[in-house]
Design a protein around this ligand. Structure first.
Ligand code: ZN
Ligand code: ZN
Length: 334
């Protein structure tokens, strides 16, 4: 990617990126049409030098790193810490299964290492199912994700809320708002401190555009209801949009205008390379094999004074998280 204008050293928190300083859009890269053959990620990842300016965004993986010995949650936290990364998203995508001893160990390790822990709930969640049993099971899956995460000492329970199933967007929105507010209230009532973070989704059939989720968070007015902003999904869902400095800046302004400045102060972000078609997301890719313009995203995040966690969901996991962290640190002044 060509060298671009450096982000000014003094980032003015809260100041929207000024369009006149926007770097030129990079020429779109070719995205492989088909999923690559399974490749192996072995070897020693190249650890980044410590930052000269403190990181305001921490990077890590969605799921256990490839180079973690036993692929369990405590080992994942230890390995990410060794690599100088700072976030671990536990993937409960096929069910919330974690032993109480593992929760205790993750909790101890996150306190010792400073690695921040988040969680991704099961894929089988649809809070707009037309079958009440499925809605009830979906509610339980969200609650269990948040409860397990709380036991691990983490925050930010991410999940895909559900599907439109041919119903009108407003009808689905109204139901989702009710459901998500009720889940946030249930967690608060039982003293669970975890924030519920429904994710911006990658397909048009899935509920969860940034517009819907920021509106929902504003209208529901629950302090423990946030958003997971998956920039790759937003890019894919729009069929290739939202991939320039100005567009990222506008997305961040929408979040700030609707959900307040604090929403930019503890962001739960997902980022990876992504392949997409007319219907949106196809599958994840490594960032440098994709057209995901992560450098301009980081410029916009830095210029808007954003802080929080960036979970990398690329096939390369920690290898890609380190690439992203390096790019972020370069742009953030070292
Ligand atoms: Zn997800
Ligand atoms: Zn995601």
């Amino acid at each position: 990617m060509p060298a671009k204008k450096k982000t000014p050293k003094k980032a003015a928190p809260g100041k929207p990126p000024a369009p006149k300083t926007a770097p030129k859009a990079a020429a779109p890269k070719k995205v492989p049409a088909n999923k690559k053959e399974e490749r192996s990620y072995t070897g020693t990842p190249k650890v980044n030098a410590p930052p000269r300016r403190p990181d305001r965004l921490l990077f890590g993986t969605g799921g256990t790193p490839h180079t973690a010995g036993p692929r369990d949650h405590p080992t994942a936290v230890r390995r990410l810490h060794e690599l100088g990364l700072g976030v671990y998203e536990m993937e409960f995508v096929h069910g919330v299964r974690i032993r109480p001893e593992s929760c205790e160990e993750v909790n101890r390790l996150q306190r010792e290492t400073g690695v921040r822990v988040t969680a991704h709930g099961p894929y089988y969640i649809n809070l707009f199912s037309l079958e009440e049993e499925k809605v009830a099971a979906s509610r339980t899956r969200v609650l269990d994700t948040a409860r397990a995460l709380a036991r691990c000492g983490g925050d930010g329970a991410c999940f895909h809320a559900g599907f439109y199933q041919g119903r009108g967007a407003e009808e689905v929105y109204a139901r989702m708002k009710r459901e998500l507010a009720a889940l946030a209230d249930a967690l608060r009532a039982e003293g669970c401190p975890v924030r519920v973070d429904p994710e911006t989704t990658g397909k048009e059939s899935q509920f969860g555009s940034l517009d819907e989720l920021t509106r929902l968070a504003r209208e529901a007015q629950r302090g423990n209801l946030g958003i997971t902003v998956d920039f790759s999904h937003i890019h894919a869902r729009s069929g290739g949009g939202f991939n320039t400095y100005d567009e990222f800046g506008r997305l961040l302004q929408t979040i700030r205008d609707r959900n307040g400045k604090a929403a930019l102060g503890d962001m739960h972000i997902h980022l990876s390379g992504i392949a997409y078609g007319e219907k949106g997301e196809k599958h994840h890719l490594d960032v440098d094999e994709s057209d995901m313009n992560y450098r301009d995203l980081f410029r916009a995040l830095i210029d808007m004074g954003c802080e929080g966690r960036v979970v990398c969901e690329s096939p390369g996991l920690e290898f890609d998280a380190l690439i992203l962290q390096r790019a972020y640190r370069e742009l953030n002044g070292g």
